[in-house]
Design a protein. Structure first.
Length: 257
């Protein structure tokens, strides 16, 4: 291995850090959990699906990483303290928080129920607020932390039928920028990753014409992958991003420029 290769392999390492990733049972959250573990972090994989989380933690362990499955509902802030207090000692001190959990309940505003508005805001925005508040004091005591909030380009550009989702994701941007100002003096960075259209089970079900139309709106002419987003999260979680805070990293392939 050349000196350059060795130096490159040491970059974006998270050895000695513990990361909590919400929405880790599938999609972007699962990809983030796998990548952070592969780069040396101990990972707390959090979501509501206990079976999927257990399988993920087992697979990370089999690959040489360390992971713990945490059944957690971000829409239930009152339960968070108890759930976090039950973490094993080796996973209890969270250095990196990735607020990724999110839902949609799409409809035109004229037809959108108040219940659907509240449900999306509760999960996507209030859940991130509540979990961040629970973990913040530990980061402040250790004077080091990385908080990465997974928003969406929809929060930057809007989208028909997604007023609730766009509002929640735009709210994460304002939340991030405010918190970055509050925590900078403690060496805690707070940033946003804003994905565009990503290859998921939902987009796989679209017809070829619909997929072509989606890709045609993107400068790079392809949908993103969960690994594209996970790589952006890894960067913001790393030592190499220590001078980056309050920033929105747009991972949309040029959908939003």
């Amino acid at each position: 291995m050349s000196g350059t290769d060795a130096a490159g392999d040491r970059m974006f390492r998270l050895d000695g850090r513990t990361a909590l990733v919400t929405g880790a049972s599938q999609g972007i959250g699962e990809a983030v959990a796998r990548l952070l573990a592969a780069r040396g972090a101990k990972v707390v994989a959090a979501a509501r699906s206990a079976d999927k989380l257990a399988r993920l933690a087992e697979e990370i362990g089999a690959a040489g990483g360390a992971a713990h499955a945490l059944e957690l509902d971000v829409a239930d802030p009152e339960s968070m303290g108890e759930r976090l207090a039950a973490l094993p000692e080796g996973f209890a001190a969270i250095d990196v928080l990735v607020n990724n959990a999110g839902i949609t309940a799409d409809n035109l505003l004229a037809r959108m129920s108040l219940a659907d508005w509240r449900r999306v805001l509760d999960v996507n925005l209030t859940g991130a607020f509540a979990l961040t508040k629970e973990l913040l004091r530990g980061m402040m005591r250790r004077r080091w932390g990385r908080i990465v909030n997974v928003s969406s380009v929809v929060g930057l550009m809007g989208n028909v039928g997604q007023a609730n989702y766009a509002a929640s994701k735009a709210g994460l941007v304002g939340f991030t920028k405010s918190l970055a100002r509050e925590l900078g003096s403690r060496s805690i960075t707070v940033n946003v990753v804003a994905p565009g259209y990503v290859e998921t089970a939902m987009t796989e079900r679209l017809g070829e014409k619909a997929r072509e139309d989606l890709s045609g709106a993107i400068a790079l002419r392809r949908l993103g992958t969960v690994d594209d987003v996970a790589a952006a999260v890894l960067y913001l979680a790393s030592e190499e991003a220590g001078y980056v805070t309050g920033t929105v990293l747009n991972v949309s392939g040029g959908l939003y420029i």
